[in-house]
Design a protein around this ligand. Structure first.
Ligand code: AMP
Length: 583
């Protein structure tokens, strides 16, 4: 019997609309956040901004790690045939924390970079470093040597943990940076002066404990690079509080979706209280993977199944093998899974939820999950690196009812929609979405101007155009930011354009998104050659390879005579270009 045969739940058929919500958003909020409940809230000043917080969230990532020790021999990380229990993970992180302090002299506030795939060492370094007050700088593993070098120098990292592939990529760069290097899973010869992770870690005692350190909720904890609209990526500076609020935020909105569908608080809590085994489709170096999924797994004593790289067939095998309960990724991944030709050949009965975010999800996706994986909870989360992942989450009943929305905000976050003058707009009107709350980061690392432009009086200017409906649900209408989202990975047009301009034959250029059924969008470019210059599509792509990670390189280049269409302010009219070229 396949999953399709078990669909008995017909109340969400389009011909048979869902019943009205059992509770209003305000009623759910009142019940879940009542005094004594786990979702109870508090109000605190965070560096001059008054925000609501989760009263019962762990106080720091160090606290979260300390609590995780008590999850004992439950499997935490599963990678191929390797399994790391919570107690083993704690012992490794605690031992590594000692090595950081005693061998490398790492002190509070020092930056430690991570440049690797989703290997089990990634969380170990993350927790060891943050537990002693250091700031972790996860770098995009797809970056070129030049991009990685930028991340290392911009953050001022004093130590980098790189996997074999990244260490090799950085071989030429490392000697001139003089950054201590630890290689995880080395492949071939180590870069000069580097040490292996195994050698640095040494023996791990089962009773290892963290070295002492004072770590507070509003201390800096992470720098995640987010590509800037004006060229170079910006380091989003996050705190312990930013990370630690995610598990409660996601649980709150999951419960909210279930309760509005008619479940009692106990039923809804019971369903999410079961042990969760999550298949992580996205990289840990993005906020979704790290802030939303890793934090929640540790907090809830769940299991996290890591993949060498995303592959839909492998994902199906792992769901069956590891009895995975939740698949978490970008919408593209859910689409690929559901449309895989071998979908019906696997036992997917363990799956209870499919969750995605980070990029626009086609509204048909919720309906498709309902059809192909009946009685599972689909969810769509919206957030930015600057909101430490989750801000809104549309889950279960609510999502099936409003598949075009990204859901209501977490109880601790405020959202509003404003016009270009900053005036709040009434319900239903489209403007820029602003977000305030304990999930909003402190600003950009060493970029006071960008920080001042983006964070105003505690409100984050998201650059997304949105509207709110009568229940306060957020509907993302468009992006005001000039970027292409390819399979959940942001490609900022200005960055690609900047790299293209470095080629002497490029006189003018514009990057546009080309719609793609599975990836959502792909990168396209329109180029005007300099007078008399010759340049082919392949030559341009070859040139870009040393400047940009492969996912940012245009898959299609249109050459154009003359100039690109511009408005009187000199801004390229990309909509017109898209209409002309893509119809
Ligand atoms: P990043 O900082 O890389 O996580 O990118 C954040 C951006 O991704 C947001 O500003 C949105 O433009 C987009 N985004 C994230 N989640 C969603 C979602 N669920 N639906 C639509 N767009 C999204």
């Amino acid at each position: 019997m396949t999953d399709r045969d078990t669909d008995t739940d017909t109340d969400t058929d389009t011909a048979n609309p869902l019943p009205t919500p059992a509770l209003t958003v305000a009623e759910v909020r009142e019940r879940l956040t009542a005094p004594g409940q786990i979702f109870e809230m508090d109000e605190v000043d965070v560096r001059g901004v008054r925000v609501r917080t989760w009263k019962h969230a762990p106080g720091s990532i160090r606290d979260m790690l300390e609590i995780s020790k008590f999850h004992g021999d439950k499997d935490f990380l599963i990678y191929e045939d390797e399994r790391v229990t919570f107690e083993r993970h704690y012992a490794i992180a605690a031992t590594l924390a000692h090595r950081l302090v005693e061998d490398f002299g790492v002190a509070k506030g020092d930056r430690i970079a991570l440049a690797m795939r989703n290997f089990p060492e990634w969380p170990a370094v993350f927790f060891a470093a943050t537990a002693i007050g250091a700031v972790v700088v996860p770098l995009n593993a797809w970056w070129t040597a030049q991009e990685l070098e930028f991340g290392l120098t911009d953050s001022g990292a004093r130590l980098v943990f790189a996997d074999g592939e990244r260490a090799d990529r950085l071989r030429e760069v490392l000697p001139r940076l003089g950054i201590a290097t630890v290689v995880v899973r080395p492949e071939g010869e180590l870069p000069e002066g580097a040490r292996t992770f195994t050698e640095v870690l040494g023996d791990v005692a089962t009773d290892a404990a963290l070295p002492p350190a004072e770590v507070h909720a509003d201390d800096d904890a992470t720098i995640f690079y987010t590509s800037g609209t004006t060229g170079k990526p910006k380091g989003a500076l996050g705190t312990h509080r930013n990370f630690c609020g995610n598990p409660l935020g996601l649980a709150y909105l999951t419960l909210s979706g279930a309760m509005r569908g008619g479940a009692s608080m106990e039923q809804a809590a019971g369903a999410i209280g079961e042990r969760r085994v999550t298949l992580l489709g996205v990289p840990l170096f993005h906020a979704t993977g790290c802030h939303a999924v890793l934090s929640t797994t540790v907090f809830s004593a769940g299991g996290l199944v890591l993949m060498y790289k995303w592959d839909a067939q492998r994902a199906l095998e792992l769901i069956q093998r590891e009895r995975i309960t939740l698949v978490s990724g970008v919408p593209t991944m859910a689409l690929q899974l559901l449309s895989h030709p071998d979908f019906d050949s696997y036992d997917l009965s363990s799956l209870t939820a499919v969750s995605y975010g980070g990029a626009p999800a086609p509204p048909m996706l919720a309906e498709r999950i309902k059809e192909v994986l009946p009685n599972r909870t689909p969810s769509n989360g919206y957030g930015l690196t600057e909101t430490s992942a989750t801000t809104t989450y549309n889950s279960g009943y609510d999502y099936v009812r409003k598949p075009e929305s990204v859901g209501p905000p977490m109880a601790v976050s405020d959202v509003k929609v404003v016009d270009p003058a900053g005036t709040e707009l009434p319900m239903g009107e489209v403007g820029e979405l602003l977000i305030k709350g304990p999930n909003v980061i402190m600003g950009y690392w060493n970029r006071p101007d960008a920080t001042a432009n983006t964070f105003v009086d505690g409100w984050l200017h998201t650059g997304d155009l949105a509207k709110l409906d009568d229940e306060g649900f957020v509907h993302i209408v468009d992006r005001a930011k000039d970027m292409v989202i390819r399979g959940g990975e942001n490609v900022y047009c200005a960055e690609v354009e900047g790299a293209m301009y470095e080629h002497p034959a490029v006189a003018d250029c514009a990057v546009i998104g080309i719609p793609h059924d599975v990836l959502g969008e792909e990168v396209g470019a329109v180029v005007c050659r300099a007078p008399g210059a010759s340049l082919t599509e392949d030559e341009l792509r070859d040139f870009l390879k040393t400047h940009l990670a492969p996912f940012k390189i245009p898959v299609r280049v249109w050459f154009r005579e003359g100039e690109l269409p511009r408005n009187p302010g000199g801004k390229i009219l990309k909509t017109r270009l898209r209409d002309e070229l893509l119809g």
